[in-house]
Design a protein around this ligand. Structure first.
Ligand SMILES: [Cu+2]
Length: 183
């Protein structure tokens, strides 16, 4: 009887997982929460961040030392080896793709501990920090006067975005990319 119960439980779990596994993914169409977070996880206690602005996260909020950040800029598995920008995945935008209704503003907040930009570009490219542009031509929109620098905690609002697909990137860390579709 106990074996039967275990077998039944296993069956129920298996069916449950099958059902969950076959549920269609829900696309992110989010008309009420038009908010993009710019994220990083710099390690606040690492003095190596200090020369380039420090890390404004609180203790325990970030765990990436500067040396690790540097080591993930490149990968030997590129053509040529180490010749293309990869970048630490913790430097990111969330969500990386957002669909909004026309007329809705999108708020963008820097929740990381480092400075970033969220700059609209015609084509994704490099930024205004040459050592971080490995293999990329700078995007013209990333000239410092045009690219608005967002200090940690800063928020901007993107208003009057025209229908269509908009491309945004960080002009410091060019692998931080996002798209907003306005419909
Ligand atoms: Cu950035």
């Amino acid at each position: 009887m106990r074996n039967f119960g275990s077998a039944l439980l296993a069956l129920v779990l298996a069916v449950g997982f099958w059902v969950i596994g076959n549920t269609p993914a829900v696309a992110q169409v989010d008309g009420n929460d038009n908010h993009v977070s710019i994220m990083d996880d710099c390690l606040p206690g690492d003095p190596a961040w200090a020369p380039t602005g420090g890390c404004a996260l609180k203790a325990h909020q970030g765990d990436v030392p500067e040396a690790e950040f540097d080591s993930l800029l490149r990968s030997p598995l590129t053509i040529p080896p180490n010749g293309a920008l990869i970048g630490h995945p913790s430097w990111r935008t969330e969500p990386s793709h957002l669909t909004v209704h026309e007329g809705k503003a999108v708020r963008v907040t820097n929740r990381g501990g480092r400075a970033h930009t969220y700059t609209e570009v015609a084509d994704f490219g490099g930024g205004f920090v040459p050592p971080l542009n490995i293999g990329l031509t700078p995007a013209p929109e990333c000239n410092p006067p045009a690219a608005i620098l967002l200090a940690p905690g800063a928020t901007i609002e993107l208003e009057d975005l025209a229908p269509g697909l908009h491309k945004f990137q960080c002009c410091i860390h060019p692998w931080m990319r996002g798209t907003i579709r306005v419909e």
